[in-house]
Ligand binder design. Structure first.
Ligand SMILES: [Zn+2]
Length: 277
């Protein structure tokens, strides 16, 4: 029986060198997740790593089975999730190498299944009820504090708070879109932060985003716009220290049973109609 308490959704750079990682295939009522769960011990905690885009990075942002990913993590016992991701900076001061721990989210995606409560029956015949989820503060306040402290502990001064706008992708923004996002006061732009965060909330999971800026978005710079080569280069330069911060954060998260945040109460008073795993 596999059991993990903390989930990390990110790239293979976060788990591939750990010893004694077991590959755990998980089936969900929503189909297969992006990959197996890679379960191992880290700082005395059982952690399930899930490569968001699959082990060979073949699943584009708009086709990730986000519901299966979150459901799979919860089904092995995960109750707190860290979600490192690469983003574009929307302000000149958020250049490549900036680590931002957002406290707000704007959804500009178009085609994604973004709820477990859309009336479709599960294979066991149960049907979810109509449920409206509390999401004013989309990220776990405790997880955010842990992530910020972990970064500072590695001499990497993070940006505390800011708004991540999530676009459909897989293309990058036009200059006009990017300027619009910046003018709205938003901080960074990504492609995977939604519906990952809301689906975590729907399952009562604590979710913390850790956004690594790999480039300035089109409206915030004057060159040719974002290139994939540039993104990969900056990510490669920072993946080592992001991994250190992530692992320190894993070690510092509270025990599942002593969570004192509001993440588990988003559905207080609602009859979900389905059993969560
Ligand atoms: Zn929480």
């Amino acid at each position: 029986m596999v059991n993990a308490e903390i989930g990390v959704i990110g790239g293979s750079g976060f788990y591939s060198f750990l010893e004694d990682v077991s590959e755990v295939p998980v089936e969900t009522p929503y189909g297969p997740p992006s990959d197996c769960l890679y379960v191992g011990e880290l700082a005395g905690r059982q952690v399930a790593f899930l490569p968001r885009h699959g082990r060979s990075h073949t699943v584009p942002p708009h086709r990730i089975n986000y519901r299966a990913n979150l459901w799979a993590l919860r089904s092995v016992g995960v109750r707190q999730v860290l979600g490192p991701c690469a983003v574009g900076g929307l302000r000149a001061e958020y250049g490549p190498g900036t680590l931002l721990v957002p406290d707000q989210l704007v959804d500009r995606t178009k085609s994604r299944a973004q709820t477990f409560f859309n009336g479709e029956p599960l294979p066991d015949g149960s049907v979810p009820n109509v449920v409206h989820t509390t999401f004013a503060d989309p990220y776990c306040p405790v997880g955010r504090g842990v992530a910020l402290a972990a970064a500072r502990g590695r001499d990497w001064e993070p940006v505390d708070g800011g708004t991540m706008v999530v676009i459909e992708g897989p293309r990058f923004s036009t200059r006009a879109e990017s300027r619009w996002h910046a003018a709205a006061g938003w901080s960074v732009v990504g492609m995977t932060g939604h519906p990952e965060a809301v689906l975590a909330r729907e399952l009562g999971l604590c979710y913390t985003s850790m956004a690594l800026v790999t480039d300035l978005d089109a409206g915030a710079e004057t060159g040719e716009g974002v290139s994939h080569t540039e993104v990969l280069k900056v990510f490669g330069e920072n993946v080592g220290r992001l991994r250190e911060v992530l692992f320190d954060a894993v070690a510092a998260l509270p025990a599942t049973e002593s969570r004192a945040c509001l993440c588990t109460h988003a559905h207080d008073g609602w009859d979900l109609g389905i059993e969560l795993p």
